[in-house]
Design a protein around this ligand. Structure first.
Ligand SMILES: Cc1cc2nc3c(=O)[nH]c(=O)nc-3n(C[C@H](O)[C@H](O)[C@H](O)COP(=O)(O)O)c2cc1C
Length: 257
């Protein structure tokens, strides 16, 4: 059995939004699809740890904003690398509008929104699959939809090169959300901190497959590695106010390698 067959499935990318008790939130998913046309129904599979999951379970309503190729990484960073449990994602985000169900849809970097009302929920262990009736939908833009593959190749910032680190460590990439783990061996019980998929959904990234890797200098500069996503910064000092360009955490989450 060749597990890489799973990677041949193509996925769209979406911002799924919900509203509960006056609080708006949303997260990135790649798991929305139409399941029937009469009635018009979609499925959404979402991790139980996500606040968005809890909000949908409590309110039975959500919006899906379809991410287009015009989206920039900031959209993924805000909605896919942060939890509404820790921040108000809409506090200073204005590229959105309320739809008839009073939930936000995203208006920039998206090409359509679909409003849905949950009619069935199936417990899948780590995730719940919601089946929902489409209650409204609008096209917002002509830009083509972004696939997960397009996101990895064109939107997500490239990591620093591996194989050139002093100890020659390797990158393991989550094939579901693109999270990267740096280390010679990926622990068997490793769970992706972003999309919660297991080690079996990670693939080893060979240095040659990383586009335009940052060159390591041969002088005595130091390297700091983000302990959350594995991004590497090289310089004499790591600035106190440095923010990881991949996952957005601060300098205190970096360690010197
Ligand atoms: C490219 C990408 C794809 C993702 N796909 C999913 C997904 O299909 N299902 C899921 O539950 N989380 C997915 N995530 C992770 C959630 O967006 C992330 O855990 C988010 O911080 C949850 O936010 P919340 O707690 O505010 O709901 C993805 C993240 C990224 C960056």
């Amino acid at each position: 059995m060749d597990k890489k067959a799973m990677y041949k499935l193509s996925y769209g990318l979406f911002v799924v939004t919900a509203r509960q008790d006056g609080f708006d939130n949303g997260c990135i998913t790649n798991t929305v699809g139409q399941v029937t046309s009469q009635p018009n129904r979609i499925s959404l599979t979402i991790n139980k740890d996500n606040l968005t999951h809890e909000m949908i379970q409590n309110t039975a309503k959500f919006n899906v904003s379809v991410i287009s190729q015009a989206a920039d990484f900031a959209l993924f960073k805000l909605f896919g690398f942060n939890s509404g449990r820790d921040m108000d994602k809409f506090a200073s985000f204005s590229d959105c509008k309320r739809t008839d169900n009073d939930i936000f849809c995203i208006t920039k970097g998206t090409n359509a929104y679909i409003s849905a009302k949950v009619c069935k929920a199936t417990d899948l262990g780590t995730h719940t699959m919601f089946i929902a009736d489409v209650t409204d939908m609008q096209v917002l833009d002509d830009a083509p939809s972004s696939t997960y593959e397009y996101y990895l190749s064109n939107i997500k910032p490239k990591p620093a090169a591996v194989g050139t680190t002093p100890d020659g460590q390797t990158i393991w990439r989550c094939t579901i959300c693109g999270y990267e783990y740096v280390g010679e061996e990926l622990p068997e019980d490793f769970i992706c901190p972003l999309c919660k998929h297991p080690a079996s959904d990670f693939e080893k990234v060979s240095p040659a497959s990383i586009d335009a890797p940052a060159e390591k200098s041969s002088d005595s500069k130091s390297t700091w590695r983000c302990t959350v996503c594995g991004y590497e910064y090289e310089g004499d000092e790591l600035p106190d106010d440095f923010e990881c360009p991949i996952c957005g955490v601060g300098a205190s989450d970096f360690e010197k390698v």
